[in-house]
Design a protein around this ligand. Structure first.
Ligand code: FAD
Ligand code: NAP
Length: 363
């Protein structure tokens, strides 16, 4: 089945950055393998205990509503390329997407794959930086979440994009240390070669149900997989996937000049106001009514009841990506909401995880 990309918008919000040209392209059908999904969506009316929620699910006629596991999905490729024999891609573009006054730099980069590195939205790739470590050995690979949809930023399934924060810190001796791979990547010039492994990961694959509610929780570069999701949902046309659910993105960053892909997301919201909600938490500029720092979980707390109601539906899928610290903050909110309904959050989360409704990749 043919797939067309109908919109690609300019990338960065920073003044210094370049932009992708608009492009419409038809993709040859054999390159992409989208699987048609049986629909599985309904509002479950909830009792006051976890048990009653899940019991209600099991009393449904099982033959009719079969949930399709994203992890069992056919055609998801993992580990095609390993460190001993990596894929050699080429940098097509590399552009800073944070403002000059942002704390730290984040870059958006696109590499060629020639269709040889088939990946799905939400997977990661490994990158092996050029050069050797202090023992004279080749550098070890670092993982990066893929920031493009499976079609890639140019809609031809021949590229893969990353969103990389340049790691620079001062060590205990007061010396400035630059992270090996992130600096290698952020310094890449168009035309340069890059050693790529993977793709890897199934945790962050998109739900197959086009009518699902997808809640995306990102801090900083944790936005990468969600950019892929959202391009597929709102910027692309697929014969067998038309998103008609609710996508709700929460993005936490330090300053407004570090809001990643803001213009793209605003464009999506403008085009699909009924299917897309967008909330930013700008930690160093915003506070809540109690004067507390606006972390992603602080912003979520403002919609706590609504989020909790959504979580009670069988077709709500939550994805979390970014800083490790965010997980506890989000758990704390959910625990207090669950407690109001007499539900033990830890237990409830286990059930959600089992149903692939709670997906976490933090680092
Ligand atoms: C699944 C996964 C997906 C990821 N996706 C992304 C992504 O999309 N974008 C992205 O930018 N990153 C991502 N990362 C992180 C990425 O893999 C690298 O860890 C990151 O780029 C740093 O690598 P580096 O080689 O630059 O730093 P390294 O040279 O490996 O240095 C990192 C080390 O420096 C030390 N260090 C770091 N900060 C400090 C500090 N403040 N003080 C003292 N010591 C410090 C720590 O020992 C740390 O292990 C992801 C990680 C995982 C596991
Ligand atoms: N798949 C993955 O596992 C994956 C993918 C991509 C990125 N990552 C990781 O995600 C991290 C993103 O870092 P970044 O440098 O890109 O982000 P960043 O630009 O520094 O933004 C992170 C935001 O989160 C806030 N924050 C800090 N502690 C928090 C906490 N406990 N709870 C909630 N929010 C908190 C920060 O606030 P303040 O700075 O104001 O405190 C800031 O607003 C990196 O560690 C990266 O390696 C992981």
């Amino acid at each position: 089945m043919a797939t067309a990309v109908t919109a690609a918008v300019s990338l960065p919000s920073s003044k210094t950055s370049a932009s992708l040209s608009s492009k419409t392209s038809i993709i040859s059908p054999e390159r992409i393998n989208f699987v048609k999904v049986p629909l599985y969506y309904r509002n479950v009316s909830i009792g006051r205990k976890l048990v009653s929620i899940r019991a209600q699910v099991t009393t449904e006629a099982p033959a009719k509503v079969q949930k399709v596991s994203k992890k069992q999905e056919e055609g998801v490729v993992t580990n095609k390329y390993r460190p001993k024999d990596p894929y050699i891609g080429r940098c097509l573009l590399n552009t800073k997407i944070t403002g000059d006054d942002a704390p730290g730099e984040t870059w958006h980069m696109v590499f060629t794959t020639e269709g040889e590195l088939p990946y799905r939205e939400g997977q990661s790739i490994g990158v092996i930086a050029d050069g050797v470590d202090k023992n004279g050995k080749p550098h070890k690979l670092r993982l990066y979440s893929i920031g493009s949809s499976a079609l890639g930023d140019f809609g031809d399934s021949k590229t893969v994009s990353l969103c990389v924060k340049r790691l620079v810190y001062t060590n205990d001796q007061g010396e400035i240390v630059k992270g090996v791979c992130s600096n290698f990547l952020c310094d890449l010039k168009p035309g340069a070669e890059v050693k790529i492994t993977g793709p890897v990961g199934k945790e962050m694959l998109m739900p197959k149900d086009p009518n699902a509610t997808v809640v995306m929780l990102a801090t900083g570069t944790g936005i990468a997989p969600f950019r892929g999701f959202l391009w597929k949902m709102f910027f692309e046309k697929h014969d067998d996937y038309k998103f008609n659910g609710l996508a709700w993105l929460f993005l936490g960053v330090p300053t407004s000049s570090s809001l990643l892909y803001k213009e793209e997301f605003e464009k999506m919201k403008e085009k699909h106001p009924d299917n897309f909600r967008l909330d930013f938490a700008v930690s160093r500029e915003q506070t809540n009514e109690r004067g507390e720092k606006m972390y992603i979980q602080t912003r979520m707390a403002q919609y706590a009841e609504e989020l909790w109601e959504l979580l009670k539906k069988d077709n709500t899928f939550v994805y979390m990506c970014g800083l490790k610290g965010m997980e506890k903050g989000i758990d704390d909110i959910m625990a207090s909401l669950a407690a109001k309904d007499g539900i033990d959050w830890a237990e409830y989360k286990k059930q959600l995880k089992k149903g692939e409704q709670w997906n976490v990749e933090v680092y």
